[in-house]
Design a protein around this ligand. Structure first.
Ligand SMILES: Nc1nc2c(ncn2[C@@H]2O[C@H](COP(=O)(O)OP(=O)(O)OP(=O)(O)O)[C@@H](O)[C@H]2O)c(=O)[nH]1
Ligand SMILES: [Zn+2]
Length: 334
């Protein structure tokens, strides 16, 4: 089978395809009525690698008419031109569908803007080691905020369970109903694999937590796939880019090497509270601009009036809100 075909199996074996079911409609320019739909699986220096529904992997440029419209990994796009996926062909992206979720990376020294790095992922898998390196709850909390605000379901993946027990960490997140999977490298990640199947999921984690170990188990040809995406060479420049890898069972896992945390600067307390239906209604009655932290910071916060079924849940929510409020103190390593 051709190297430029993202599927190894017969087409009839593939149950998931990019954008299945929930693809939003967009205005179509008449001359592009014949555009084919694809999912962006890699971006490199003005070239987008796209997986066609046919299974072909196509290199595309952005049509002039799109201007500087951002096109990121996970985007559903319409493509015209040569979509055969043959070497040395170049197709054109003529439209970008509305996104169902967004993850922004933080601004940094090289780029003062938060930018969307992954679109349309339904889950954010936070990969955290139980030891070596020790877990950092600040990192988890910020990921949770980014996930809730961006429209992804957060999932906590605790690695290296051969080294330490997950109990203590679990206690912190049960109130928020964050799903948890526990893994160790000497066992198959069956539960995680089941969670990922037929979804687009984004993996985030600090260096050394065992993310590559997991990706290599989930995507047996991950290294080769990264090579395909880079197009030319397997240079270092690809290692900091998000890249979507096709799962043999169906679905996509987006690896985000070099992206250690996500941008929170534009997230409001309301964005976070909206992700919690049991609090969202009461919060609508809060004074304008309420940060929902409760008194003394936010006198009049209606969440104080609630008697939640689980009081610890409000405490947990407020811990998240506080982590957002304290984001100015945020450093990548914390
Ligand atoms: N004891 C133990 N060690 C593990 C486990 N998973 C990974 N490791 C080890 O932890 C180290 C880091 O694993 P990687 O998979 O490279 O971690 P990573 O998160 O990809 O880190 P970067 O490659 O730096 O981004 C390696 O020495 C692995 O062998 C585990 O479940 N248990
Ligand atoms: Zn409030």
């Amino acid at each position: 089978m051709s190297k430029r075909d993202w599927r190894k199996l017969d087409e009839s074996d593939v149950r998931v395809r990019p954008g299945r079911g929930t693809r939003p409609r967009s205005k179509r320019r008449p001359e592009h009525a014949d555009a084919e739909t694809a999912m962006v699986i890699g971006v490199d220096r003005g070239r987008w690698t796209c997986a066609m529904e046919s299974g072909a992997v196509v290199t595309a440029m952005r049509a002039r008419e799109l201007g500087r419209t951002p096109v990121v990994v996970g985007d559903q796009v319409g493509i015209v031109g040569d979509t055969s996926g043959q070497p040395d062909t170049l197709a054109r992206i003529v439209r970008v569908e509305e996104r169902t979720s967004v993850l922004r990376r933080t601004a940094d020294d090289t780029d003062p803007f938060e930018r969307v790095v992954v679109a349309n992922a339904s889950q954010l898998i936070m990969v955290v080691a139980l030891a070596d390196p020790p877990p950092r709850t600040g990192f988890i909390d910020r990921c949770l905020v980014a996930a809730y605000a961006g429209g992804l379901e957060p999932v906590l993946c605790l690695t290296k369970s051969d080294l330490a027990s997950p109990e203590e960490l679990l206690a912190l997140y049960t109130e928020l109903d964050v799903p948890v999977v526990v893994t160790r490298s000497d066992e198959e990640p069956a539960e995680l694999r089941a969670r990922l199947t037929n979804t687009v999921s984004c993996l985030i984690g600090h260096s050394g937590v065992g993310k590559s170990t997991l990706v290599n188990k989930l995507v047996p040809d991950a290294n080769r796939a990264v090579g395909v995406v880079s197009g030319v060479g397997k240079g270092r420049h690809t290692s900091t880019q998000a890249v979507a890898l096709w799962l043999p069972e169906g679905g996509w896992v987006v690896d985000t090497p070099g992206i250690r945390s996500f941008g929170l600067a534009h997230i409001t307390p309301d964005d976070i509270v909206k992700a919690f239906p049991d609090f969202a209604e009461a919060a609508e009655e809060c004074p304008p601009g309420c940060g929902h932290l409760g008194s003394p910071e936010d006198p009049g916060c209606m969440l104080d009036e609630l008697v939640p079924d689980a009081p610890g849940r409000l405490t947990s929510l407020r811990r998240l809100l506080a982590s957002r409020a304290g984001m100015d103190d945020y450093t990548d390593g914390s």
